[in-house]
Write a protein that binds this ligand. Sequence first.
Ligand code: ATP
Ligand code: MG
Length: 397
Amino acid sequence: MLPAFLIKYAEIGVKGKNRYLFEDALVQQMKYALKRCEGEFAIRKTPGRIYLDALTECDFDEVVENLQTVFGISGICPMIYVEDEGFEKLKETVVKYVRDTYPDRNKTFKIMARRARKNYPLDTMELNASLGEAVLDAFPEMTVDVHNPDIYLYVEIREKIYLYSEIIPGPGGMPVGTNGKAMLLLSGGIDSPVAGYMISKRGVKIDAVYFHAPPYTSDRAKQKVIDLARQVSKYSGPIYLHIINFTDIQLAIYEKCPHEELTIIMRRYMMKIAETIAKETECLGLITGESIGQVASQTMHSLYATNEVCTIPVYRPCIGLDKQEIVEISEKIHTYETSILPFEDCCTIFVAKHPVTKPNLEYIKRHEENLKDVIDGLMETALSTRETIVVRCEDSV
Ligand code: ATP
Ligand code: MG
């Protein structure tokens, strides 16, 4: 029998007319995820339910793994469905299902019958009782526990009869495409891919901007960021990645501003440029991987100074996480291995020996005045020479 799945999603935010938007986005994202799987599939939507049927042979684990990248899915239930050929046949099917699914049957269980078709000759109570009896007769080692069973055996009477008992957890969240778009400042580090993942999990589409500084940063560093974007795009859907040549701006800052303020001033220009692209591309906010106190440029004072240039919301989902907690998420979403590759980042190359940890905004602004003759032109050039590529996971080699 070809695999089939019942796809469960959390009901929150799915009320009323939003339900269709939510379900349509979920189906869209499922199709995107299934492109990575061998085989052909059909997705069926019925009110409140989404089913996935394999139409050809497929790799069960591969399908589950890819469905686990679809935000909005709370549970993936491997399911079988059979024609309704009368109650005696149904009892046999349920017994066979238990035999096939649970080699070790020293377990407690509960039948969870449900009739979506009210003309079925038995009602829900009768179904629960009679099917429970059939299982007990076939497997004396099993016992019923209606409060806390090891196995919930779901039997749904619809146009066909559906059986499932296992609920494999999905990633939760909201389907991407239900909540606008934001611009991720994506570096090659550990934190920003995690930040993108976390915001995307709330249904937000993502574009990204990466600042590089050739020849100080290499093509390999750039490729690393593309690889990270590709991994995040498994969850978020395709990402428009804007690659900005930041070299001349960095050199100008290096030449004209105090070195201990370099990082903060650089970060302020990064935010300004990211915001400009965000506004051009209908992004409603910026996303960074900042976390309070992690480095000098992320103290409360530094964040205050960086944030001051922004006029749109900046989302910092890692803000209260410890490094280890961020690492754990990056391992879970498989960005960690790429993030720790030792390629240079533009921030690390021009870094001062003793960066300020309590930048004074007035000083920073005064020192930025030193750039006033060149900076507008440099920003315009940086924006107009940007390279934009679409990164999607199926491009992976
Ligand atoms: P990450 O691990 O995300 O690189 P980090 O701990 O190295 O973060 P910083 O280098 O201070 O911290 O950067 C803070 C945030 O600024 C990053 O999370 C990212 O959102 C943004 N950022 C830093 N460098 C770049 C860059 N070269 N291109 C795009 N965004 C960047
Ligand atoms: Mg970094």
